[in-house]
Design a protein around this ligand. Structure first.
Ligand code: ADP
Length: 417
């Protein structure tokens, strides 16, 4: 390659190969191009790529001119007694010239299968990230010439390209398999959750029905036991509903069903439904509503769930005798609802994390409060389905203020009255 035309030719080949590697999805056409280039640039009869196979601890042909593939497909080239094996083990090129030494390790099985004779041979290792993965060979230089130092350089560069292509393909293959495994696991989880919830709902319905009947039929002094069965079953139903909601949100099954809602009235209803647990803990819930005639367009059930989850937390994480305030404000673009408590508060580092699924500030073994760590993540997704946002301000030991804003009506620009 002493003249500029040869150099240009070589660079053009190299450029074409690099393009092919970056564009092609399939490995075999790339390797075919590499061995064709190796043969063309070194003036060889043929070239081939052998890859190390862990299982048989031998080298197998991965690329060779297509018409020869059938003959060599099943051959395992051993690491001992073969040129390719020597190159692979020693990570160095080997050149066999016409002047043959008696101990040249040519593996004659390949010659026999191809009905050919190896007269001259150049073999270089394919190394990627310090790992030898195979060998690139060029066989029988034209006019029975010997391979030159320049041929070695050219084939070494091509071997490096082949190694990169093979490694890239291997990583892509691994990534695809991993992604498929994740999808399968995800599908299994979805199926499991659907079946498990279905199976749980039916007996739970029976327990709830029977406990309610029992409660009515028992004399007042014995009602307590039926009541605790009923409460535990209701708790279980709440957990199942939360899981089902998360599952449906994950699968994108939740759509916003817009209707006209009066936020002041909705908040009043939700607060009323928490009357019992709040009074049991001696917690006072106050409402500072917006105009009672203010109507917004939203999904009533979803916003109700958001309010219920925030109120439930405010009562859960506030000590007996505490206070909760629900405030509704009309802002130019959004209606803002805040649920404030003077409870235990949230440490600064935890505030963003509480909206993640299953995240709980208290450590599992020392938890004083129940719950699954799902309520806020559900609330966040429901608010975001409306094009709104939710956040928390809190001082540890003093209390928390959870607020969410949603547009007055669905609009691509985010609302407005
Ligand atoms: P959980 O079912 O555990 O209440 P959530 O998703 O509703 O799940 O809340 C996640 C975590 O955020 C809770 O476990 C709690 O540590 C913290 N948290 C939520 N609301 C409050 C609050 N009002 N005051 C203090 N901590 C809260």
């Amino acid at each position: 390659m002493n003249n500029p035309t040869d150099h240009l030719n070589w660079l053009e080949h190299l450029l074409a190969l690099c393009r092919k590697i970056s564009e092609h999805q399939e490995l075999d056409p790339i390797l075919q191009s590499i061995i064709q280039t190796a043969s063309a640039l070194t003036g060889s009869e043929s070239s081939s790529i052998l890859i190390y196979e862990q299982g048989t601890r031998s080298l197998r042909f991965r690329a060779i001119p297509l018409h020869l593939m059938k003959s060599v497909k099943l051959i395992s080239v051993p690491l001992e007694r073969s040129v390719a094996g020597w190159v692979f083990r020693n990570r160095k090129p080997m050149v066999l010239g016409r002047q043959r030494r008696a101990d040249d390790p040519i593996y004659r099985v390949v010659d026999r299968e191809l009905s050919a004779e190896t007269r001259t041979l150049l073999a270089v290792p394919m190394i990627v990230r310090d790992r030898t993965i195979g060998v690139l060979e060029a066989v029988n230089k034209q006019n029975d010439a010997d391979y030159t130092a320049e041929d070695v350089k050219v084939v070494e560069i091509l071997a490096a390209l082949a190694a990169i292509a093979i490694e890239g393909w291997r990583l892509q293959d691994e990534a695809e398999k991993a992604q498929q495994a994740v999808q399968e696991a995800e599908q299994m989880k979805t199926n499991f959750v659907a079946v498990a919830f279905h199976e749980l709902r039916t007996p739970l319905g029976v327990i709830l029905g029977q406990a309610a009947l029992l409660q009515e039929s028992l004399p007042p002094e014995q009602r307590q036991s039926a009541e605790s069965i009923l409460n535990s079953a209701l708790q279980l139903r709440g957990i199942i509903e939360q899981f089902s909601t998360v599952e449906a949100l994950e699968r994108g099954l939740h759509q916003v069903q817009y209707e006209r809602v009066a936020p002041a009235e909705l908040a009043r209803q939700v607060i009323e439904s928490f009357g019992f647990p709040a009074s049991e803990k001696g917690i006072r819930i106050a409402l500072r509503p917006c105009r009672t005639d203010l109507l917004i367009e939203c999904d009533r059930q979803k916003i109700r769930t958001v309010l219920e989850n925030l109120l439930n937390n405010a009562i859960t994480y506030t000590d007996p005798g505490g206070q909760v305030l629900v405030k509704i404000e009309e802002l130019p673009q959004y209606v803002r609802v805040s649920v404030m408590d003077n409870g235990i508060g949230i440490p600064a580092g935890e505030r963003e994390k509480v909206f993640q699924r299953f995240y709980q500030v208290e450590k599992h073994l020392t938890r004083r409060h129940g719950g699954m760590g799902l309520g806020l993540s559900i609330a966040k997704e429901m608010v975001e389905l409306h094009g709104g946002r939710i956040w928390v301000e809190s001082v540890e030991g003093k209390g928390s203020n959870f607020s969410f804003e949603i547009p007055y009506a669905p609009s691509p620009r985010g609302g407005g009255k």
